[in-house]
Design a protein around this ligand. Structure first.
Ligand SMILES: C[S@@+](CC[C@H](N)C(=O)[O-])C[C@H]1O[C@@H](n2cnc3c(N)ncnc32)[C@H](O)[C@@H]1O
Length: 661
């Protein structure tokens, strides 16, 4: 575990080595044991170990050092999630598990047998199979919660593990390990009778209708108590019954009521795709009936809000217009106000007409995200030879003009509960990094809640592109499928920090986010746009005139030192920059670069220690001398038309200080 303090993450060489060795030792042992039969555990010992560990973890989570250490996570052995529906998988028993094996084609049904051990980046518990004869450890890595609740804590539930992966923990202990949340199906015990985890079809219409009604009542009661997850589960259970032909033909309104109610819960849970679909499915369409109009008005509102929150403003406009037309007497002012907001967002989307001053004024720590549309029409994504895909200007853009505005797909602010930073060691490149795993986690949650968004996130660049046969499968009959290793790798290469806008500070507190469109922008040290942030709205502004067809570049790393810059680009983004500036710098005598680096360090120290306000003549002369000395390290001929990055800070200091003398 690394300790953290203020802006720095401390990780000594020994600690780094220990993390490396732990991961490598584990992999070695896994290799040796691959295919071996599982050894039976003693139930009593297993439960008492888990109980002790659970207590210790709870105490650590409550203690004074809470949050003072960063979890360490080993990476680099990605495997795809299961893409088969439960009903196509064969049942297996705990005793069938083989070490270091993905049991493809199988499913395992278990029940929790001990308390849950809740750690920062993982949770584990002991589970027993249906016969209760065997006991084994089950671990959920990182993606261990759903709607803020620990999945393993689900009371009275059975867990069905799709294509279980049996491996070793870092401590060398056997465990079933789940990395992809879609590989775990949590089924209420009452429903678990049918082995595929779904309700058996009720054959008798009246009995099914009665059961569906009871589910609706239970859903309503759960909603009243703000138990959204239970309300959703109950409405879903009821819907399954109410949508059966025999029930639907006799009473179509029951399915509509359940859909309308679930739409409401889905909106509260930010499950916008299903909220929209449910609300639309609930429409009755009897315009001559007052009650039907009222209910459909509600449905149009719910579908409209879901579309609005998904940024689908054209659809949202249609839905709210239909609402107004259908029930001009129900909250007309509110509907008109939403329609005005939608019109404003459509203008933002088409012409980039954002009122940034107003947007900025509406932001606070309590409301850190903007309500604004993205504006992309000045840009297009195309191939960029040697760099994968890139972003290109579709028209001439003047210096200082806005090139693009994008609302983040997801931002985790450093002060939010979702924030989590971990030390990650990746065996693929033997590198240790500080990774915003809280952002990966939040993205996965958002994708599970809004499966229509999965494909566009998965299209982003990342090292692990998924299994070639299954990489484009994003759902099964059991729900959405998200490859969390892919999300992690996408975050590694595409996440940016919107800076400290709400008082976040320090490495452990850094805010990070994912902007999908901006993610296609390649790097150049000779960038033509600069990034700015207003809340979670990223603004790319032209730093010089950009001609139609030109590629848009921003700078991923602004270090003036060539070596430091290349190191950061290779370490974080995996490439070597070959822009015109890097070509010249690379060809220079390393001794010249070293001298420039030392002078730049001296200049940085000077700038930090000497305030420019009221600087006296002697101090200014010193700054001028330093600037000249750095300047002299540049060959005038070779650097013609190229920036002299190392002089930047001292020149800025001089620009502030000199005019006042
Ligand atoms: C944020 S993505 C940029 C979009 C990416 N090119 C794509 O195809 O989706 C970052 C990745 O693009 C590539 N890249 C960006 N700038 C580059 C450059 N100047 N030269 C080579 N590769 C670059 C690297 O692979 C980097 O990890």
């Amino acid at each position: 575990m690394a300790s953290k303090d203020g802006n720095t993450v401390f990780l000594t060489e020994q600690e780094a080595e220990r993390i490396r060795n732990t991961v490598k030792d584990r992999l070695k042992k896994c290799d040796e044991l691959a295919g071996h039969a599982r050894e039976s555990r003693d139930t009593k010992t297993a439960i008492s170990t888990a109980t002790g560990a659970s207590l210790m973890a709870d105490m650590a989570n409550m203690g004074p050092s809470k949050g003072a250490t960063m979890p360490a996570i080993g990476l680099g052995q990605p495997y795809p999630p299961c893409v088969a529906p439960l009903q196509d998988l064969q049942p297996m028993e705990l005793s069938d598990l083989r070490m270091e094996t993905h049991h493809r084609g199988y499913r395992l049904t278990v029940k929790r047998a001990s308390p849950v051990v809740n750690l920062a980046a993982r949770s584990w518990t002991m589970v027993q199979d249906e016969a209760g004869e065997e006991i084994e450890r089950l671990e959920l890595c990182l993606h261990k919660k759903r709607h803020g609740k620990e999945l393993l804590e689900s009371a009275d539930s059975v867990f069905i593990i799709k294509e279980p992966y049996f491996t070793l923990t870092d401590d060398g202990e056997p465990t079933i390990r789940i990395d992809h949340p879609s590989d775990l199906v949590v089924v209420p015990e009452s429903e678990a009778g049918s082995t595929n985890g779904t309700n058996g079809e009720a054959t008798h219409a009246t009995a099914a209708e009665q059961k569906a009604r009871s589910c609706k009542d239970q859903g309503n009661a759960a909603l009243e108590k703000q138990n959204l997850a239970l309300a959703h589960a109950k409405y879903s259970e009821g819907l399954k019954l109410a949508r059966q032909d025999i029930v639907y033909k006799a009473n179509p309104d029951l399915a509509r009521d359940l859909s309308r109610n679930r739409a409401h819960v889905n909106l509260l849970l930010n499950q916008l795709d299903e909220a929209k679909a449910d609300a639309k499915a609930s429409l009755i369409g009897k315009e001559d009936d007052q009650r039907s109009r009222e209910l459909d008005s509600k449905a149009f509102f719910r579908a409209g809000m879901a579309a609005y929150n998904l940024g689908q403003y054209h659809e949202a406009k249609e839905l709210f217009e239909q609402r107004l037309k259908l029930t001009p007497d129900i909250y007309p002012k509110e509907t008109q106000a939403i329609l005005r907001r939608i019109e404003a967002h459509l203008r933002e989307q088409e012409a980039g007409t954002h009122d940034l001053k107003k947007i900025r004024a509406g932001l606070s720590r309590a409301r850190p995200r903007v309500d604004a549309a993205s504006f992309f029409s000045n840009t297009a994504v195309k191939e960029s030879p040697g760099r994968g895909r890139g972003l290109f200007a579709t028209r001439d853009i003047g210096a200082g003009e806005i090139v693009m505005l994008e609302k983040a797909f997801c931002v985790v602010w450093g002060f939010e509960d979702d924030a989590l930073t971990a030390i990650t060691y990746d065996v693929r490149d033997d590198r240790i990094r500080v990774s915003p795993v809280g952002l990966s986690r939040a993205i996965v949650q958002k994708l599970l809640s809004n499966p229509s968004q999965i494909e566009k996130v998965m299209d982003m660049y990342g090292d692990w592109q998924g299994d070639s046969n299954t990489k484009n499968v994003f759902s099964t009959a059991d729900g959405p499928v998200v490859d969390t290793f892919r999300v992690h790798d996408i975050v590694s290469r595409n996440a940016f920090g919107p800076g400290s806008q709400y008082g976040e500070k320090g490495a452990q507190d850094a805010s990070t986010g994912l902007w999908i469109r901006a993610g296609y922008t390649n790097h150049s040290c000779l960038a033509n746009v600069q990034k700015e942030y207003v809340g979670d709205l990223m603004i790319l502004r032209a730093t010089r005139a950009i001609a139609a067809g030109e590629e848009i570049f921003h700078s991923y790393d602004e270090s003036s030192d060539y070596e430091a810059r290349q190191r950061a680009l290779m370490h974080t983004w995996g490439f070597e920059c070959d822009c015109a500036l890097c070509v010249v710098e690379k060809a220079e005598d390393p001794a010249v670069r070293k001298k420039r680096r030392e002078l730049a360090e001296e200049a940085d120290a000077f700038v930090q220690s000497q305030p420019w306000a009221n600087a006296n003549r002697r101090v200014i002369v010193r700054a001028q001398r330093l600037a000249r000395a750095i300047d002299e390290t540049y060959d005038g001929e070779k650097y013609k038309g190229l920036p002299r990055l190392a002089t930047k800070r001292i020149q800025e200091w001089l620009a502030h200080a000199a005019p006042r003398r």
